[in-house]
Design a protein around this ligand. Structure first.
Ligand code: C2E
Ligand code: CA
Ligand code: CA
Ligand code: CA
Length: 279
């Protein structure tokens, strides 16, 4: 029966006898996903708008389940967050991303940054900075090549505690980005309280560029404000030339999106970096 369960973690297999997976089953499977080597990171390039070259990548989590196939974050991250499993998974993500980024520079590629999405639950861990510090050190990656993407709602819950945690991460050299900017409750002015190096304009403001005059005005204001606070601006979800041209004209620094590349498997990303070196 196709009924949504209240938790919303319902999905269906592709087989004929479609069935829903309940959250207990999902949780039980997710608990062992890391040790069973079922978690994967895909990497989406962040492209420098002026040069067209890769400035960094964002790690995006996937779960390759033996029976359910390739699971996208929205199918399991909310449950991972609620159950606390995200904390352990999150450290796996940072460890893997740092290890991979180190291997790219060891292979002779330029020292690009690697960004990891943090969840609210992780961000509230007392020992976050300490544990991240030892993970990065163990990987051999320079601290300033790791970037953490944090959302407005994560910092607005308890702005003082958030500012504190962010200062500790910054003191170690880790970079911070504000993700999905514009979708939360914070005003532009609030940003100056946080030690953020880059601001990611949410896809919803990019979607209707260049035709929607309001979105053009919002993008322009956000870019001007971010630059006056010495932050870089990254546009998300750029899918076509018209959006790219509008963002370039407004002085946006970097973009991500299908206009360049979707999230790539690690071997595909390495091939992309190799192709770029030959260009
Ligand atoms: P996000 O951080 O906003 O990531 C961007 C999402 O937009 C990704 O979806 C990406 O695949 C997608 N995207 C990229 N370019 C385009 C485009 O041109 N058009 C469109 N329509 N979409 C594009 P994905 O990979 O499904 O991730 C969804 C969300 O799951 C992420 O949103 C992030 O909030 C969360 N997430 C992903 N990986 C992790 C992780 O390791 N830890 C945590 N806590 N959250 C994660
Ligand atoms: Ca992100
Ligand atoms: Ca985002
Ligand atoms: Ca988003």
């Amino acid at each position: 029966a196709k009924e949504l369960n209240p938790g919303g973690y319902c999905f269906y297999s592709q087989t004929k006898d479609e069935r829903s997976v309940d959250r207990l089953e999902l949780e039980a499977e997710l608990r062992h996903a890391a040790e069973k080597h079922q978690l994967r990171l895909h990497y989406q390039p962040k492209i420098d708008m002026a040069s067209g070259r890769v400035a960094g990548v964002e790690a995006l989590l996937r779960w390759q389940h033996p029976r359910w196939g390739l699971m996208q974050p929205d199918q399991f991250i909310p449950l991972a967050e609620e159950t606390g499993l995200i904390v352990g998974i999150g450290y796996w993500v940072v460890q893997t991303a740092c290890h991979d980024a180190k291997s790219w520079s060891d292979a002779g590629h330029p020292p690009i940054s690697v960004a990891v999405n943090l969840s609210a639950r992780q961000f509230r861990q007392e020992d976050l900075a300490e544990r991240l510090g030892s993970i990065v050190r163990a990987s051999g990656l320079a601290m300033n090549r790791l970037e953490l993407e944090i959302t407005e709602s994560m910092v607005m819950r308890d702005p003082d505690a958030a500012a504190d945690a962010m200062r500790r991460l910054r003191a170690m050299g880790i970079r911070l980005a504000m993700d999905d900017f514009g979708t939360g409750y914070s005003s532009l002015g609030v940003l100056k309280r946080f030690p953020i190096q880059s601001l990611k304009v949410d896809r919803s403001f990019v979607r209707d560029l260049p035709h929607n005059g309001d979105d053009v005005a919002i993008t322009r204001a956000v870019i001007a404000m971010a630059h006056s606070l010495r932050m870089d601006v990254v546009a998300e979800g750029v899918e076509h030339q018209g959006q790219f041209d509008a963002l370039l004209k407004e002085g946006c620094d970097q973009f991500q999106g299908y206009f360049c590349k979707p999230p790539l498997t690690e071997p595909d990303l390495v091939r992309y970096l190799e192709d770029e070196r030959r260009r």
